[in-house]
Design a protein around this ligand. Structure first.
Ligand code: HEC
Length: 240
């Protein structure tokens, strides 16, 4: 009875560890050497031991609080380096990238038996993407530079309800605790995943067909930042 409960408990934990392993299987096609977990089998497409490389299938069994992975199949593959590979140092098998449920994990498996070969999950952590997403980059740039230096100092005087540009589709709010989020959203809405909108914004600020005249001169830091911001935001909207 007690054991049964324990097993259920560890199943629940396992579920949170390997959320949606099925989608991990799809993600694996993108990065060839990324390990995947599906139907209780951890597939490691490339594990190196010294100058040899293998493709491994390890079967999971839950023993109390432990996740043990027994060797189900191994086949030797050409070595050609350790980049992206899981590396076995004689004791620990380090899996640099396991895709599961859209999340990238890194695992350390500890060899606890060599006959039969069984590894035990020692540690795991989520791999933080070293590259900021387009949205993160756009948001950071907006907050640090665009809103304080351009929108608040140059646009909001006219582009506000009741202002000279009050009838336009670009209405900002003055600096407040929520203005950055609000104004970012206004750009987002105006841009609307359309490159023509990006061009329009760039033209207007340069004074082309703009009743507000020149606000940012081409080549200035402000213009370059604004251009970069719009590019990032549009790429995010387009899913690039
Ligand atoms: C001196 C007032 C003034 C300032 C400052 C100003 N604008 Fe304008 N802007 C206008 C007016 C008036 C219009 C509406 C007529 C037109 O399209 O030129 C307008 C229109 C626009 C449009 C077209 C909106 C639409 O509905 O299609 C964009 C885009 C724009 N401005 C961007 C900016 C940005 C970005 C800034 C700040 C860098 C800015 N403007 C600063 C007066 C201003």
């Amino acid at each position: 009875m007690y054991l049964h409960q324990l097993e259920r408990l560890s199943r629940a934990r396992l579920l949170s560890l390997f959320i949606l392993c099925i989608s991990g299987l799809f993600a694996s096609n993108i990065v060839a050497q990324q390990a995947t977990f599906s139907d209780n089998v951890l597939n490691i497409p490339k594990a190196t031991v010294g100058q040899k490389a293998y493709s491994l299938d390890l079967g999971l069994s839950v023993n109390g609080a432990n996740y043990d992975f027994g060797l189900l199949a191994a086949s030797e593959i050409p070595f050609n380096g350790t980049e992206g590979a899981s590396v076995f140092d004689g004791q620990i098998l380090r899996v640099p990238s396991l895709a599961a449920g859209g999340v990238d994990y890194t695992l350390d498996l500890n060899l606890i038996s060599s006959d039969p070969i069984i590894f035990r999950l020692a540690t795991y952590s989520i791999v933080e993407s070293s590259v900021q997403s387009k949205l993160e980059q756009a948001t950071a740039l907006y907050k640090e530079s665009i809103d304080p230096q351009t929108v608040q100092m140059r646009c909001v005087v006219c582009h506000i309800q009741g202002g000279l540009a009050g009838g336009s589709d670009l209405l900002f709010t003055r600096s407040s605790s929520t203005s950055i989020t609000t104004n970012f959203g206004i750009f987002s809405q105006f841009l609307d995943n359309r490159d023509t909108r990006r061009t329009k914004l760039l033209n207007k600020v340069r004074g082309i067909d703009h009743d507000g005249g020149v606000q940012l001169t081409e080549g200035s830091v402000g213009y370059t930042q604004f251009e970069k911001f719009l590019k990032l935001l549009l790429e995010y909207q387009a899913g690039v």
